[in-house]
Design a protein around this ligand. Structure first.
Ligand SMILES: NC(=O)c1ccc[n+]([C@@H]2O[C@H](COP(=O)([O-])OP(=O)(O)OC[C@H]3O[C@@H](n4cnc5c(N)ncnc54)[C@H](OP(=O)(O)O)[C@@H]3O)[C@@H](O)[C@H]2O)c1
Length: 338
């Protein structure tokens, strides 16, 4: 089978199209013909060896998101059959409920080979049925970006009609957050560095837009938009440079979902009494469980929601796709067809 292999974790130039032996199906395995994958911000770190000892540094098949169709099942597998369209859960051991240390691990494309190959073996519990209304490419956007936004807004915070949600930027997680917040009947404020992207976000249903470059104190603007009450929920993706503004925007008793570190991973000069005295909930979010992925898929099907796919590259062009993701020009998800 063909696979893209990162020979050494030194960057996209080390990626090579390679001929490998097709995996053999064990009695409890499901063999999937992989059809699509999608890129996530963490992949840019993995490509450069950013996780050091916590990743495979040589001969890694990259990428954690994947979707395809079942081609063969082992004799002990009863819930999948050839032809089934499936999507791989990002945290393969997190079935449902509260996570533990094992549940939040996502080894594919990091410590183990990932999805950028024609055939991959899974255990039956690692897969969910792909929603009928989605293509393989669309399905491949769900496991990381989609489920993270769902887990933050729906599973953990249970947002409701009338809530005000603020989400940062127009990348994968943020646009899913926009779509899920609108689905739940919430009012949405979205930020971006680009006025053109903000117009596109409006056409997806965003109620209020703020350019975070031309309005650096956008937290105050969001506070004003919410009539001085503050927003109920912030989807916090920027980290160091955005947390202070997020705390300015959130209402007393509101939630800041701590998800991303796009601008840095430290707290900086945050005044903790600002969190304490206003009873703000800082909620860490790590993707989500298989149960969440299934529930999200059903909700998307019943509301006809499709992920925002910016572009789709051939497997051989993954290096160009990674460069494009790193450029920040994308709106939504950058995908790979296998
Ligand atoms: N905790 C988890 O489980 C989890 C899961 C998924 C992702 N994440 C993290 O969440 C973050 C976003 O991931 P993603 O996949 O959505 O990334 P992405 O698709 O690459 O989105 C990046 C976008 O974020 C915006 N952005 C960049 N810097 C910003 C800043 N300082 N302030 C506000 N917006 C900024 C930009 O949007 P504009 O071009 O519109 O300005 C950029 O295009 C990453 O840090 C990622 O590692 C965490």
């Amino acid at each position: 089978m063909k696979a893209m292999v990162l020979k050494t974790a030194t960057g996209v130039d080390a990626l090579q199209l390679t001929e490998l032996e097709q995996p053999k199906t064990g009695t409890d395995d499901v063999l999937v013909r992989m059809r699509a994958s999608s890129l996530n911000w963490r992949d840019t770190l993995i490509f450069k060896g950013g996780y050091r000892k916590q990743q495979k540094m040589e001969n890694l098949i990259p990428l954690t998101d994947g979707a395809g169709e079942v081609v063969e099942v082992g004799s002990e597998v009863s819930n999948w059959k050839p032809g089934d369209r499936v999507t791989a859960n990002f945290c393969p051991q997190w079935i449902g409920g509260e996570p533990d240390g094992q549940a939040v691990q996502s080894p594919a494309g990091k410590t183990e080979d990932g999805m950028l190959c024609e055939f991959r073996k899974f255990k039956a519990h690692e897969l969910v049925r792909t929603p009928d209304h989605l293509s393989h490419v669309e399905a491949a956007t769900l496991p990381c970006a989609g489920l993270t936004a769902w887990n933050a807004l729906v599973t953990l915070d249970q947002i409701k009609p009338g809530d005000v949600v603020l989400t940062q930027g127009t990348g994968g997680v943020s646009l899913f957050a926009l779509q899920f917040a609108k689905m739940a009947g919430a009012e949405v404020i979205i930020t971006s560095s680009s006025d053109e992207k903000l117009q596109r976000a409006k056409s997806l249903g965003a109620d209020h837009v703020i350019n975070y470059n031309s309005t650096p104190d956008w937290g105050k603007s969001a506070l004003e938009i919410s009539g001085g009450r503050g927003v109920d929920h912030v989807v916090e993706l920027g980290g160091t440079q955005t947390l202070k503004q997020s705390l300015m925007a959130v209402r007393p008793g509101g939630t800041v979902s701590m998800i991303g570190v796009l601008s840095g991973a430290t707290f900086g000069d945050i005044l903790l009494p600002f969190v304490v005295s206003r009873q703000v909930r800082l909620q860490g979010v790590t993707v989500g469980s298989r149960q969440g992925l299934e529930t999200m898929g059903r909700a998307m099907a019943s509301h006809g929601i499709k992920p925002v796919v910016d572009s789709s590259y051939a497997m051989q062009d993954t290096a160009a796709a990674m460069d494009y993701l790193a450029s920040g020009r994308h709106f939504g998800k950058v995908c790979i067809e296998i």
